[in-house]
Design a protein around this ligand. Structure first.
Ligand SMILES: NC(=O)c1ccc[n+]([C@@H]2O[C@H](COP(=O)([O-])OP(=O)(O)OC[C@H]3O[C@@H](n4cnc5c(N)ncnc54)[C@H](O)[C@@H]3O)[C@@H](O)[C@H]2O)c1
Length: 258
């Protein structure tokens, strides 16, 4: 699947899923804008322990072009500046991947209001902001795409009073944006990952990770590349008649009645 010369912004592109999306896009010929609060990759306790190079370096290693723009995705000023930087560097914008996200553990009693607001800001407000500032450019593209990263928690509770509701909201914002933009040929879809091996899992215990493995019907946990391949498909011309969906990429996690 080719994305030759398409310009893509990937938020949270320095680490984990976003980093692999950037690399898969670059291998497919896209020009990549890595938007993240930090350029250095996160190193996890369980996963990504040895990741040291930046995403821009890795894109260049596969023969691609990339630009890093330091961005707090919850900040309207930063997001406006990000879109302007992408268009100035590469001359347009075709694909946006709203991937940046944080998870803060805690139930309604443990989670502070401040942390609830942080999750809503980084995981949800950001999707509205980047959609808002990207749409004028995406409407001019021949193949405008927005891909939002939800979660299996978009469909289930159990991840606390911020993360699960916010990920459900990401899916409904996806449907609303798909409806708004379909007439302009811009597609808007969500991908809902199951357990993916990234540094976001550092809050878990080894026993909880073993539990996630037991709960996943396919015989391994997910890799960032599993999500990246779905992203490249939804960004490609092969997916031009798909819009408004929430695609679980979860090793079968959501399939059984639990
Ligand atoms: N890993 C999983 O199992 C899993 C499962 C379901 C959904 N997701 C979702 O996938 C997305 C990526 O998660 P991941 O596992 O790669 O996490 P990760 O922690 O490995 O990477 C997240 C990236 O987002 C960046 N980031 C954090 N706050 C930011 C901010 N304010 N502005 C800009 N960038 C910021 C981080 O610096 C990091 O590079 C998230 O939306 C997450 O909720 C992950």
């Amino acid at each position: 699947m080719r994305l030759d010369q398409r310009v893509a912004i990937v938020t949270g592109g320095s680490s984990g899923i976003g980093r692999e999306v950037c690399l898969d896009f670059a291998r497919s010929g896209a020009l990549v804008v890595v938007a993240d609060i930090q350029e250095a990759p996160k190193q996890g306790i369980y996963h990504e322990q040895d990741t040291t190079t930046t995403t821009v370096q890795e894109v260049e290693n596969v023969g691609g072009r990339a630009l890093f723009v330091q961005t707090d995705v919850a900040s309207e000023k930063d997001v406006e500046r990000l879109v302007a930087a992408a268009v100035e560097e590469f001359g347009g914008l075709d694909i946006v991947v709203n991937n940046a996200g944080i998870y803060i553990p805690g139930d309604s009693q443990d989670l502070s209001t401040h942390d609830w607001d942080r999750v809503v800001g980084v995981d949800f407000r950001s999707v509205f902001l980047l959609t808002k500032y990207s749409v004028p450019h995406l409407k001019r593209s021949q193949a405008g795409r927005i891909i939002n990263i939800g979660s299996v928690h978009s469909f289930r509770g159990g991840a606390g009073p911020a993360y699960a509701p916010v990920k459900a909201a990401v899916v409904n914002l996806t449907r609303d944006s798909a409806t708004e933009l379909a007439g302009h040929g811009v597609t808007v879809n969500a991908i809902c990952p199951g357990y993916i091996e990234t540094a976001i899992q550092d809050y878990l215990t080894p026993e909880q990770i073993a539990g996630a493995r037991d709960r996943t019907p396919l015989p391994r946990l997910g890799l960032p590349s599993d999500i990246a391949h779905a992203c490249t498909f939804l960004a490609s011309d092969h997916a031009e008649w798909i819009t408004g969906i929430a695609l679980p990429v979860d090793g079968g996690w959501l399939a059984p009645i639990m």
